[in-house]
Design a protein around this ligand. Structure first.
Ligand code: SF4
Length: 624
């Protein structure tokens, strides 16, 4: 029995009926799926039809913590949101830092399951055990920052509340709308802000006064102290603290990791110099910021003090945003990236999908597939930030051409027609993170196989980049980037570890400083479950197979495990010139290792053997 970690209850809210109730999960299920996205996928399998329309009331939003949230462990200040994605029409999830996850646990909840849809705007207020659905008519139409301020004022004094909110993009069902947390963090990927918008749920507000229980406090303190000592001396932690995630831009340009000009330019030194970590820190950084109890504090607070983008001190853009609104669209003005990051956060837009979809549109414009007649006079050219600002406005409001781009690059390419799909860089409908598989071939396999579409956090990408290694689970130190050999096994193991992290809702940057056994100790001492390294890695494998099976039930086949044309086209210059991942051979080997059939379905024996007999029944009774 779990002696700690879990609050023991999950909040259920039905916005159609207004019913508020609670449920719980048995210990065996908790031990097998841990929490976070793993438990959400299991609950989705049990409660929701895979055929559900993502923006219908029947789609269900799972906002989950894991057993570590609410403890003072480094890397545990996070939470996960999952649902069927309106952007990809398959399994969707996002993971976010800040303070909401711990606060939800302090309020006595392991998670929130939101079903149905309200017929008028509402927000959810959770004050420990007291839960209310409140009117949000005056908040509808406001941006996420205004909403967070207004709702915080409404609740008033006492312990400060933690807020999740959508902006106008979520209200307008932009397919890559984000959920914004306290003006600093975002659940960006997969359009889960639009799921909130479809339910007319403007915000979720939580205040908790309890504390997390620890099963084995003595061993827990020992494990925590040892990890803090390692983090203090870790070069990864020091780099993340001093330059944030944007440290990756300058270094990545030297290794072929950073995409430029919608993935068609292999070297952009001017861009990396103007947008990379050193310039960022020197010109705009005012202070660092951390998720709950994290000593690394990789988050940036910035201020543009002069010029056209002069503004207030605010949360700064991450590496991904510096690329999507920098190198990818050939903009070298970091102050403009800071401004557009604020704009996307206020509207509630995923900066990766939004910037990538605009880069796709610029490419289409350059190749004559669209003209100013299509874009209401907006001249979509490389580095033209005035046009980019206009287009972000149009996307969030679904005005004119923005309405087409609000559907994401795959759907927009279909609408534009002719060979527009050649310029759309996406896998399963999700625009990739800003790591180029031509520099690191394993990333290509990871993009092709990731269950939510091309995302970098489904696995621990630092391994292939040589930044970290986990010999204890077979991930070595010396992978060569530009080779496809040996990558199938590396990615499979790395994904299994990624699934452990997203189920424990543990930060991948912190695991990059530690060993997997540290995480085993954190989970063992917090929950009291007798986890071993082997059992934990099997949990990761189980969660990956569960999400794959869910996707198969949603229509995914081998034809979807692919890479876009741009990524399979060799570059002429830069560190990855002439190199392309051999996706066919990596995928073939990977299917064999994962025991996927030719149609990409996990075998019945594999599913039954790993404790997913219920999923096997659902897949194999439908005759696949
Ligand atoms: S490393 Fe950064 S993202 Fe991860 S928990 Fe710490 S502050 Fe948050």
């Amino acid at each position: 029995m779990a002696k700690g970690g879990y609050a023991g209850k999950i909040l259920e809210v039905n916005l159609t009926s207004g019913k508020i109730s609670k449920t719980s999960v048995d210990d065996e299920t908790l031990r097998k799926f841990i929490g976070g996205s793993g438990l959400a996928a299991k609950l989705f399998l049990d409660r929701v039809s895979p055929q559900v329309a993502p923006l219908s009331p029947q789609n269900t939003l799972f906002i989950m913590t894991g057993p570590l949230q609410g403890t003072n462990l480094p890397g545990a200040g996070r939470f996960n949101v999952s649902a069927k994605s309106p952007l990809t029409n398959i399994w969707g999830e996002g993971n976010c830092g800040g303070t909401f996850g711990p606060e939800l646990k302090f309020a006595g909840w392991d998670g929130i399951i939101i079903e149905g849809a309200s017929d008028k705007p509402v927000y959810l207020f959770i004050d420990d055990d007291k839960v209310e659905i409140r009117d949000a008519s005056d908040l509808w139409g406001k941006d996420s920052y205004e909403t967070i301020d207004m709702v915080t004022d409404k609740i008033g004094g006492g312990r400060k509340v933690k807020v999740l909110a959508i902006g106008q993009a979520g209200e307008n069902l932009v397919k890559y709308a984000a959920i914004i947390h306290d003006k600093a963090d975002a659940i960006g990927r997969c359009g889960l802000g639009a799921v909130m918008g479809s339910k007319k749920l403007k915000a979720i507000v939580v205040r908790g006064r309890g504390k997390a229980d620890i099963a084995m406090p003595g061993d827990y303190n020992k494990a925590r102290r040892a990890a803090l000592d390692v983090i203090k001396d870790s070069a990864v932690a020091q780099s993340m603290h001093s330059m944030g995630t944007d440290a990756a831009l300058s270094l990545g340009m030297m290794t072929g990791d950073v995409p430029s000009k919608n993935w068609s330019l292999g070297e952009n030194l001017e861009g990396s110099e103007a947008l990379g970590g050193p310039a960022y820190s020197e010109k705009y950084l005012t202070r660092t910021h951390a998720c709950y109890a994290c000593p690394i504090a990789c988050k940036r607070v910035v201020q543009v003090k002069e010029g056209p983008y002069k503004g207030e001190e605010q949360a700064g853009p991450e590496y991904e945003t510096c690329c999507t609104f920098g190198t990818l669209i050939m903009n070298n003005d970091l102050a403009a990236v800071i401004k557009i990051n604020e704009m996307c956060n206020r509207y509630g837009l995923d900066t990766i999908s939004c910037g990538s979809t605009i880069a796709f549109a610029i490419d289409c414009f350059e190749h004559g597939l669209i003209t100013e007649d299509d874009t209401e006079g907006v001249k979509l050219t490389w580095g033209n930030m005035e046009s980019v600002f206009k287009m972000v406005d149009k996307i969030a409001q679904r005005e004119g051409f923005g309405d087409i781009l609000a559907e994401g690059s795959r759907a927009a390419a279909k609408k534009i027609g002719r060979n527009a799909a050649d310029f759309a860089v996406e896998v399963k409908g999700l625009e990739p993170a800003m790591h180029d598989p031509r520099g690191f071939h394993g990333m290509g396999l990871a993009y092709a196989m990731a269950n939510k579409g091309a995302d970098h956090f489904e696995q621990i990408y630092f391994v292939e980049q040589g930044i970290t290694a986990y010999p204890e689970i077979g991930l070595k130190e010396d992978y060569e980037g530009q080779t496809s050999e040996g990558k199938a096994e590396m990615i499979m193991i790395s994904e299994n570890l990624g699934m452990v992290c997203s189920s424990a809702v543990f930060c991948v940057f912190v695991i990059a400083c530690l060993k997997v056994n540290d995480l085993v100790e954190f989970l063992r001492t917090t929950t009291g479950f007798g986890y071993s390294l082997g059992e934990l890695m099997e949990c990761g494998e189980r969660v990956w197979l569960l999400k794959r099976g869910l996707n198969n039930l949603m229509g995914i086949t081998a034809a979807d495990d692919r890479l876009p044309k741009k990524i399979l086209t060799p570059l002429d210059e830069g560190a990855a010139a002439g190199s392309v991942p051999d996706i066919e051979s990596m995928r073939k080997e990977y299917y064999g290792l994962r025991k996927l059939n030719a149609n990409s379905y996990p075998s019945r024996e594999k599913l039954e053997g790993i404790g997913l007999a219920d999923l096997a029944r659902k897949i194999y009774t439908s005759g696949k």
